[in-house]
Design a protein around this ligand. Structure first.
Ligand code: BES
Ligand code: ZN
Length: 889
């Protein structure tokens, strides 16, 4: 369990290990909480019904941090200080009866809580509201408790506050009463019939408006859906309300899951460390993922709201009804729920496009993590600070593992398996093994080999080599896998890798697939499973050398290494029926072209094939999917290309990528781009259906490419588009082009106009900051300093911090990695200041240094020395210290 130093404080260098897991020695049968709420000082009364798990009780150690103890009572009797021991982060009580009632009274200070964990104030002291964030370990900042996910308890909560200042009082569960106290304050009570861990507790109190809608579940429960926001934002909740209803219906149909309380509340806050939180019956959302309207939200923004609404709602079963035994199992709820929200979004929109987006995200965020010093398994073996494990690996790679398992067992068995999992573990805390067992039993397959995916860090490289034997009419495919060592995990084992594939003839036909030893061909698409380090697969009846389309739909989260000639890739880009692999062929070509450009080649067969095939697709007047076309017209992200050259110079990577885009724009041609832009502009009516969104997506890409070959014409179009835009997608697309290609006058005018229009809307102002922080060039750091000095900038708001510093460090690679190290110095100074206020946000931001060791020697040395200076900062939080130490290890 938690290791402690002499005075009881957990020390940053001590790790918590999965192998040390012990079930709780005490259970909490029920908890009653009473909050006397106020901004400066809140009093929390807690009554715990405790039961020892063993006949001879061991000492009870409750978690608590920053609590001012007022009083403790055991079975009604006040405890003298001799009866307990308060340590830095624990309260220890010895010699307790096997079953007893512990009452505590503590004081906390929400207004001073800048870390935004536990009970805190959102907004100003005069107008803001109080709310909680408890995952992962925020509840211990509220009261003494067994703050671990395998302690599930029934909650009964009373909130008391001044009615004028806190007219709305909310907690998770069903509302069971309200009234007025003798002193004039009001109160409200909530009972949650579903046992839950402390991380799912939530309360909200303040001046909020409500958007309400009745909903009847498939199993007949009448539910009230309530979306809450401050008065100026309640009008922006309609889209989220619709999305919530779609998510609820989808989960009923796809997983047979129904909602289980009378009320479902969702609250928007501008002050939030994360995206959103699935507290039972009372979801709390970063306003960025709840508020949306056409004037302030881009098309991508709308889709993000829908996805996050779905994600948090789906947790009601995958996370809440069935929770995690310990935080090592985090992916059991997060990976699974990301898979569920991805499937939901795909069903609402387009399967192929969603898959492309999700794989692009995985490659941009998770692959670099898996290749750097912070690499860890989807189920880590140890951690020093759990907040640092809400990572792309746990989330995105975790979702890929569920996707592989779902594909392995097939849709019917998957549904039977999830039904069994939810039934078997309802109201309790489960493990990854439990889910795999339920899925495996439903399909009568042994899924235990897949557990290795949960335990092994690093992205496997899958190499494919093939040759055709005309004499035997055989096609031989040799697959081999290799995973490079990661920090703390030198030896890697082969993993089961499902490889979905098809073979194409030169005319674009898919060939029937018959493996050696089979009597008949089994379709033209199939899944091979590579279980060993290498294996050979032989296809029969193949007359001419085919073109393999491997890893279709991205059937496993691996790096595929298969050297196909440019013409073959171009054929797949033009003809593959799998929308994902069609895009993938283009990405492969672009990567090959990038390598050549980076090595100094002015021309290359891959570049010619890439631009040629895209030119042909672009010219097809009837190309069916504008959004797919837009995705096809984009080369891989910088962070993907960085991985292709080692060590790398960010300026050289950026320059080579620009040459690709330039070549593409030239191949498409200024006049074709202008014509397509004009046609799309004429078709733009501000509609929000999928085809309209797809056209805007393509229009944005066309405008960007056009600006590379005819800047004056594209700028004129962008200025007009910016001025006339009916919605944020159009306005922002134009603004980005103006900022990259326009002169100072244009840039300043556009930014001033944008601010004049949206200055009072915090989420849009985040965008105003972000679009400036991402502009590359020699002046980038001056721009950044100006943004940091702006009256609207504050380190106290995580969204603003991410908009400026997060965008700078992650999206503006050449500026952050300036050759003189000034970008590193700036980020380190900001991290030192931010860490004092909000360690969780600081630690997340510091991960931008990931990959420093793969930089060319000069930058590498500079980055390392700045990281070392950061590591040496006095009083660093455990969150930030953990990231910096692991990054340097
Ligand atoms: N449970 C998390 C929120 C959370 C994460 C709270 C870490 C505390 C610490 C929530 O379900 C979540 O995963 N939110 C994501 C968004 C989601 C759509 C992937 C987030 O906040 O980024
Ligand atoms: Zn989640």
């Amino acid at each position: 369990m938690l290791q402690r130093d002499a005075d009881g404080a957990p020390t940053p260098d001590l790790k918590i290990r999965l192998s040390d897991y012990q079930p709780p020695a005490w259970r909490i049968a029920s908890v009653e909480l009473v909050f006397d709420l106020d901004i400066a000082s809140t009093e929390v009364y807690a009554r715990l019904e405790l039961e020892s798990a063993s006949a001879t009780p061991t000492p009870l150690r409750l978690d608590g941090e920053g609590l001012e103890l007022i009083e403790l009572r055991l079975d009604g009797k006040r405890l003298s200080p001799l009866g307990y021991r308060v340590e830095a982060h624990a309260l220890e009580l010895s010699d307790l009866p096997a079953s007893c009632v512990l009452e505590s009274r503590v004081r906390i200070h929400p207004q001073d809580n800048t870390a935004l964990e536990g009970l805190y104030l959102s907004g100003s002291a005069e107008r803001g509201f109080l709310l909680t964030q408890c995952e992962a370990q925020g509840f211990r900042h509220i009261t003494w408790f067994l703050d671990r996910p395998d302690v599930l308890t029934r909650y009964s909560v009373e909130l008391r506050a001044e009615a004028a200042r806190f007219p709305v009082l909310l907690a998770g569960g069903n509302a069971v009463g309200s009234g007025t106290l003798a002193d004039g304050r009001h109160w409200a009570r909530f009972d949650d019939p579903h046992p839950k861990p402390s991380y799912l507790f939530a309360l909200v109190a303040g001046r909020l408006e409500c958007l309400s809608q009745p909903y009847t579940t498939a199993d007949g429960r009448a539910v009230t859906l309530n979306l809450w926001a401050e008065a100026d934002a309640i009008g922006q909740c309609h889209y989220a309300l619709g999305a919530l209803q779609r998510a609820m219906r989808w989960d009923e149909r796809s997983y047979g899951r129904n909602y289980d309380l009378d009320m479902f509340h969702v609250v928007a806050t501008h002050d939030f460390n994360m995206g959103a939180m699935e507290n039972k019956g009372l979801n709390i959302f970063n306003a960025k993922y709840l508020l949306a309207d056409a004037d302030t939200t881009t098309d991508e923004g709308f889709r993000a709201v829908e996805g996050v609404i779905g994600h948090e709602y789906f947790h009601n079963w995958s996370g809440n009804r069935v929770t995690c035994r310990d935080w090592f199992q985090l992916s059991l709820k997060e990976g699974f729920t990301v898979f569920r929200d991805q499937s939901f979004s795909a069903d609402m929109h387009s399967q192929a496009l969603k898959r492309i987006e999700d794989v692009a995200t995985l490659r941009r965020m998770q692959f670099p993590e898996d290749a750097g010093p912070l690499a860890h398994p989807v189920r880590p073996a140890e951690y020093a600070e759990i907040n640092n494990f809400y990572t792309a690996t746990v989330y995105e790679k975790g979702a890929e593992l569920i996707r592989m398992l779902a594909a392995r067992v097939g849709p019917e068995a998957f549904r039977r398996g999830t039904d069994a999992y939810f039934a078997r573990h309802d109201g309790s805390a489960a493990t990854v093994e439990d889910l795999l067992a339920a899925l495996g039993e439903a399909a009568a397959v042994d899924l235990t080999p897949y557990l290795a995916w949960y335990a092994q860090a690093g992205t496997p490289r899958l190499s494919a080599r093939c040759h055709h034997e005309p004499a035997t009419r055989r096609y031989v495919l040799r697959l081999a896998q290799h995973t490079a060592p990661t920090s703390g995990q030198a030896d890697k084992h082969p993993l089961p890798i499902p490889v979905k594939l098809a073979l194409f003839a030169r005319d674009g036909r898919m060939l029937p697939l018959r493996l050696a030893g089979e009597a008949d061909a089994a379709g033209s698409e199939r899944v091979l499973e590579l279980t060993d380090a290498a294996a050979e697969f032989v296809f029969e009846d193949i007359d001419e050398a085919p073109i393999p389309s491997l890893l279709r739909g991205f059937s496993a989260p691996v790096i595929l290494e298969c050297a196909l000639p440019p013409d073959d890739l171009a054929l797949l880009l033009l003809h593959d029926a799998d929308g994902f692999n069609r895009w993938e062929a283009g990405q492969h070509l672009a990567s090959d072209a990038f390598r050549a450009a980076h090595a100094g080649a002015a021309q290359h067969a891959a570049l010619a094939a890439w631009t040629g095939a895209l030119g042909a697709l672009f010219a097809q007047a009837d190309f069916p999917d504008a959004a797919l076309l837009a995705e096809l017209l984009a080369p891989p992200a910088i962070s993907e290309l960085e991985a292709l050259v080692e060590p790398h110079d960010p300026d050289a990577v950026d320059a080579a990528r620009r040459r690709l885009e330039q070549a593409l724009a030239q191949a498409l041609g200024a006049s074709a781009l202008a014509a397509r832009y004009t046609a799309l502009h004429a078709a733009e009516q501000g509609a929000h259906d999928a085809p309209a969104q797809a056209r805007r997506h393509l229009k944005r890409r066309v405008l960007e490419l056009w600006a590379l070959v005819d800047a004056p014409a594209a700028l004129a179009a962008a200025e007009a588009q910016f001025a006339q835009a009916a919605g944020m997608s159009e306005r922002l697309a134009a603004l980005r082009v103006l900022l990259r290609h326009g002169d100072a006058g244009m840039r300043h005018a556009a930014l001033a106009a944008f601010r004049a229009r949206h200055g009072q809307q915090p989420l849009v102002m985040d965008t105003w900051f972000a679009v400036q922080a991402e502009v590359p060039g020699a002046a980038a750091l001056d721009t950044l300093r100006a943004l940091l000095g702006d009256t609207a900038f504050t380190l106290r708001n995580p969204n603003r911090v991410r908009a400026v510093l997060g965008t700078f460090a992650r999206q503006n690679r050449t500026a952050f990695h300036r050759a003189d190290g000034a970008g590193y110095a700036l980020l380190v100074a900001q991290l030192q200041a931010l860490d004092k206020l909000n360690p969780q946000t600081a630690a997340a931001l510091a991960q931008a240094f990931n990959g420093w060791a793969r930089l060319e020697p000069k930058r590498r040395a500079l980055a390392e020395s700045h990281l070392r200076a950061l590591a040496a900062t006095l009083g660093l939080s455990r969150n930030l210290a953990d990231i910096v130490q692991r990054s340097l290890a």
